[in-house]
Design a protein around this ligand. Structure first.
Ligand code: SD4
Length: 372
């Protein structure tokens, strides 16, 4: 039995595993760490790669958790799942896991995805309700279905069927955030072209005549700030050179119920390509998912661009249309070269550890159009 942090992994005789994660409620999930080895396209992997775990923001405990599991199971997928799970448990910056970003009804809902480089397999959940372990449910979608994404209450039903516990994602803090927002006439919110005026009043709203084609300006979500866009996006490479990526978030504060952001969308929130590298994004997902920036950056790397330049080019493409956009993109190649680009944030930190390092390191990138 391996014990790391608050999670215990028990390997049984068949080689499959159970995870017990203590997150106030304990949960048990058969095969939460799946039999990665059997999933691997062996032709695409080699031995003795430099191991790596890297993730958005200063979530160093998540990096550590991912790194520790990488040392024990030698699986990039496990590292991404456990690393992101660490943030779900810690409720990193209030924007990952339960108790953050209440929607317009006060409910916290979760988005997450995980992607396996060797198989190009993806599992994702959007608008997941009443289940805390979003990244693990995403992995269950990948492992136990041939689908890519499940959403809303139906994703919850699937999670319960897979053995995850149902629980309330609302906390005193998220209740307070919601009450304050209601008290401020539901400002800010994400509505437009509705009546009553959404810049002054709460809903319910009715549409007012508007044609998309009349609009000449692209609009980003201006209120997105450092405090409400700290999604974890993580990439790991194991010693066999298998790359995996993933994300977990509670999305955008005061979102319209049913809203799903970029984080669970393949190529938007995260993308990995075996033999090339990976990228993950954080920020205004409503804008980013229109550009699939993670896919863009990885494609640029596949044509020879370094991660730093690839991240900058992909972000520049978004800024060109949405100068107000706030967000960041982190990219890494199979050799562990890394780079990031960001816009309208007061600096974007990321943390990583490779086999060359004795501890987790942090790099902070200066952003274009910084508010500072
Ligand atoms: C979203 N991109 O749902 C996410 C939010 C976030 O850092 O914080 N990203 O739009």
């Amino acid at each position: 039995m391996f014990v790391f942090g608050r999670n215990s992994i028990i390997f049984n005789q068949t080689g499959s595993t159970d995870i017990y994660a203590s997150n106030r409620n304990q949960f048990k999930f058969q095969d939460a760490i799946s039999k990665t080895k059997s999933n691997v396209n062996k032709a695409q992997v080699e031995d003795s790669f430099q191991e790596l775990v890297i993730n958005t923001w200063s979530f160093s405990n998540a990096t550590k958790a991912g790194w520790n599991v990488l040392q024990k199971t030698h699986s990039a997928l496990d590292a991404v799942e456990i690393g992101c799970m660490q943030c779900e448990i810690e409720q990193c910056d209030g924007t990952v896991g339960y108790g953050g970003s209440p929607d317009e009804t006060g409910e916290t809902t979760l988005d997450a995805m995980i992607m396996d480089g060797p198989t190009h397999d993806v599992g994702a959940v959007g608008d997941l309700r009443r289940v805390k372990q979003a990244i693990s449910v995403a992995r269950a979608v990948m492992t136990h279905t041939t689908h890519t994404m499940l959403v809303g209450d139906a994703a919850t039903s699937f999670a319960l069927e897979m053995g995850f516990p149902e629980s309330n994602l609302t906390t005193m803090k998220s209740r307070q955030i919601y009450e304050n927002w209601r008290g401020a006439n539901c400002q800010p919110n994400f509505h437009r072209n509705v009546t009553p005026d959404p810049k002054k009043f709460c809903g319910p709203y009715k549409p007012i005549p508007s044609r998309n084609t009349d609009r000449v300006e692209a609009t980003a979500n201006k209120y997105i700030s450092k405090d409400n866009h700290d999604t974890i996006g993580m990439i790991a490479i194991d010693s066999k050179g298998r790359i995996a990526g993933g994300t977990s978030t509670n999305g955008a504060n005061h979102k319209v119920p049913g809203r799903v952001g970029d984080s669970p969308i393949t190529g938007a929130g995260a993308y990995v390509e075996q033999g090339v590298g990976g990228a993950v994004s954080t920020g205004d997902g409503d804008v980013m998912m229109r550009f699939v920036p993670s896919f863009h950056a990885v494609m640029l790397m596949s044509s020879g661009m370094k991660p730093d330049a690839a991240a900058k080019t992909a972000v520049a493409k978004i800024i060109n249309k949405y100068p107000q956009f706030s967000g960041a993109l982190l990219a890494v190649d199979m050799n562990g070269n890394m780079g990031a680009a960001c816009n309208n944030i007061d600096g974007f930190p990321y943390t990583y550890r490779t086999s060359k390092d004795s501890e987790v390191k942090t790099v902070t990138v200066k952003c274009s159009h910084s508010n500072s």
